[in-house]
Design a protein around this ligand. Structure first.
Ligand code: SAM
Length: 493
C-alpha cells in the first residue's frame, strides 16, 4: 500500500500465467514480494469493491512493513471515504483474517498443496481474505471466491487469478469444523495444541495462557475465544473533574463494574465525545484503571508525603490517572519515558495535571530517591491485550520473552532503589505470561528483600483474581485486558 493508503496499481505479473492446481507450483510465484510497488503511478479510481480492496491493502501493509492493522485501517477508511456498510465489512474482514492467520494458513497450505511461504505474499493476502470469508463469515461461498479472484485478476492477470480460484474452491469444500477435524492435533492427546489451532493462536501463547491459568486451565478455550471478541470502549472519568456517574449520563454509557472511574461505551467514536475532547475523560481499559488505583490504595509504612513516580509512563494513560488522583491531595507525579514521541504523548495526556515528564531510561533515570509510591508498568509481550491488536499474536515470538524479562527485572530493581523505606512499588504487565509476572516478582522478593503485599486487597470487590498475593485479571472473567499486578513494600531498616 502506498503512503496515501491508496491501493497499489496493477499490471500483469510475470509469474501470473500459470494457474496452479493441486501439485502445480507455478501460480504461487515468488514468496512475499510486492510486484505492485514496481509500477508507475496511474490516476486513482475508486475500486468496484472498496471494502475488500481496503482489507487487502491493510493485510499487505501488515505483512510488508509490519504496520499495525488497527492504526492503518481507520485512516485508510477515512481517506477513501468508505460508507458505513463498506467500512464495517472492511473492518470485519481485515481484523478477522489477521487474527485467524494461523488457522487460515494451515487450510490454505493444504488446499494449495504447498507451504504458505512458497506462495507469493500478495496472493496469500487475498487467499487469507477469501478463506476467512469462506470459513468464518456468512458471505456466500461463490461471492467469497469470485471477489477474491477479481482482486487478483485486476492486479496480476488471469494466470494468478486461476491459482487463487483453484485454491479457494478447495478451501470451500469443507466447513471450518471439518478443516479443524482434518488438520488440528487430536484433542485427547494434545488438548492445548487442539485449542490453539481451533482458536487460531500460536501454540506457545496458548501454552503460556494455560500455564498462567494453572488449576483453572479448563478456561483456556474461553481465554482464547475472548481474544477474538470485539472489545468495547472503556472510558475513565478523571477524578476530581467529573464522576463516572456524570460521564455515563453525558455519554449514554454504562458504569464499569470494577473501577469507580470506569464507563463502558457499546457504540460510537469516543474521540467525538465532548468530555474526552475537553480532557475530562479518556479512553482507558478498566484493568489499567485498576492498576493505577491499586498503587494509590497500597498501605505505606509512615505518612504519604506525596512523591509518586511512574517509571514506564508512555503513552501516559496511567500517569494521567495517577496525576488526577495526586492532584486531589496536592501530591505530584514524576513520569519517566525513554522514547521521545511517547514522552510527548505523556505530556499531552497529562497536561494541566501535576505530572512532570522526564525523558530517561527507567533503569537510570537520574532522579532523587525517596519516592512514596512507584508504578512499574513494564514493557512486556502484550499477550494480555491481543484482542486490541489483531495481528499481534502472530508477530510476537517466544524468543522475545527472555529479553523483556531481563528489562523488567532491571526496571523493578531500579524502582526499589528509588523507593523510601516503607514505600510501595506496584509492578504490572499487560501480559499473563508467568515469566513476566510472578517470576519477575519472586526474583525481586528474593534479591531485594521487599515484602509482597496481598494485592487482592487493592482491587476491592473484584472477584476471581487468583490465589494471591498478585492479581491476575482476564478478559473472559473481567472484560478487561489480562493485566497482572503485584505490590511490593520496601522494608524499614
Ligand atoms: C506498557 S507501556 C506503559 C503504558 C503506560 N503506563 C500507560 O498506561 O499509558 C511500557 C512503556 O515503557 C517504555 N519503556 C521501554 N523501555 C523502558 C526503559 N528502559 N525505561 C523506562 N521505560 C521504558 C516503553 O517505551 C513504553 O512506553
Amino acid at each position: 500500500m502506498s503512503e496515501s493508503g491508496r491501493p497499489p496499481r496493477g499490471k500483469r505479473n510475470a509469474g501470473g500465467r500459470n494457474p496452479a492446481g493441486r501439485g502445480g507450483r507455478s501460480g504461487g510465484g515468488k514468496p512475499n514480494r510486492n510486484p505492485a510497488s514496481e509500477h508507475a503511478p496511474r490516476p486513482w479510481k475508486p475500486p468496484a469493491d472498496p471494502a475488500r480492496v481496503a482489507a487487502r491493502d491493510v493485510l499487505r501493509a501488515v505483512r510488508e512493513r509490519d504496520a499495525y492493522a488497527n492504526l492503518v485501517l481507520p485512516s485508510l477508511l477515512r481517506e477513501r471515504h468508505l460508507d458505513a456498510r463498506d467500512a464495517a465489512l472492511a473492518t470485519e474482514l481485515t481484523y478477522g483474517a489477521a487474527r485467524a492467520r494461523g488457522l487460515l494458513d494451515a487450510v490454505i497450505a493444504d488446499a494449495a498443496n504447498r507451504p504458505v511461504d512458497e506462495i507469493d505474499g500478495a496472493l496469500l493476502d487475498v487467499l487469507r481474505l477469501g478463506a476467512y470469508q469462506l470459513l468464518r463469515t456468512r458471505v456466500a461461498p461463490h461471492a467469497a471466491v469470485a471477489t477474491s479472484v477479481d482482486l487478483v485478476r485486476a492486479e496480476f492477470g488471469s494466470g494468478r487469478a486461476g491459482f487463487v480460484n483453484a485454491v479457494l474452491r478447495r478451501v470451500g469444500e469443507r466447513s471450518e469444523e471439518e478443516w479443524i477435524t482434518l488438520l488440528a492435533p487430536d484433542p485427547d492427546r494434545d488438548p492445548v495444541g487442539h485449542l490453539a489451532f481451533r482458536y487460531a493462536h500460536p501454540l506457545w501463547i496458548a501454552q503460556a495462557f494455560a500455564h498462567a491459568l494453572g488449576s483453572d486451565a479448563s478456561e483456556l478455550a474461553d481465554v482464547l475465544a475472548a481474544d477474538d471478541a470485539r472489545p468495547i470502549v472503556h472510558l475513565v472519568a478523571r477524578p476530581g473533574v467529573i464522576t463516572a456517574e456524570e460521564l455515563a449520563l453525558v455519554t449514554g454509557g454504562e458504569l464499569g463494574p470494577w473501577s469507580p472511574y470506569a464507563v463502558h461505551l457499546e457504540h460510537g467514536d469516543p474521540g467525538r465525545l465532548e468530555p474526552v475532547r475537553e480532557g475530562m475523560a479518556a479512553v482507558q481499559d478498566e484493568g489499567s484503571q485498576l492498576v493505577a488505583r491499586a498503587l494509590t490504595l497500597a498501605p505505606l509504612v509512615g505518612e504519604d508525603r506525596g512523591r509518586w513516580l511512574d517509571l514506564c509512563a508512555g503513552p501516559g494513560g496511567k500517569a494521567a490517572l495517577l496525576g488526577a488522583i495526586a492532584a486531589i491531595d496536592g501530591f505530584a507525579v514524576d513520569a519517566v519515558e525513554p522514547v521521545d514521541h511517547r514522552a510527548e504523548l505523556v505530556r499531552k495526556t497529562a497536561r494541566d495535571l501535576p505530572v512532570t515528564v522526564h525523558i530517561a531510561d527507567g533503569r537510570e533515570p537520574g532522579l532523587e530517591p525517596g519516592y512514596d509510591r512507584i508504578l512499574v508498568d513494564a514493557p512486556c509481550t502484550g499477550l494480555g491485550a491481543l484482542r486490541r491488536r489483531p495481528e499481534a499474536r502472530w508477530r510476537r515470538q517466544p524468543g522475545d520473552v527472555a529479553e523483556l524479562v531481563r528489562l523488567q527485572k532491571e526496571l523493578l530493581a531500579s524502582a526499589i532503589g528509588l523507593l523510601r523505606p516503607g514505600g510501595v512499588v506496584l509492578y504490572s504487565t499487560c501480559s499473563p505470561h508467568v515469566s513476566e509476572t510472578v517470576a519477575v516478582v519472586s526474583d525481586a522478593v528474593r534479591r531485594h528483600g521487599v515484602e509482597q503485599l496481598d494485592t487482592r486487597e487493592l482491587v476491592p470487590g473484584v472477584p476471581q483474581v487468583g490465589e494471591g498475593p498478585g492479581v491476575q485479571l482476564w478478559p473472559h472473567r473481567h472484560g478487561t485486558d489480562a493485566m497482572f499486578m503485584a505490590a511490593l513494600r520496601k522494608p524499614e531498616r
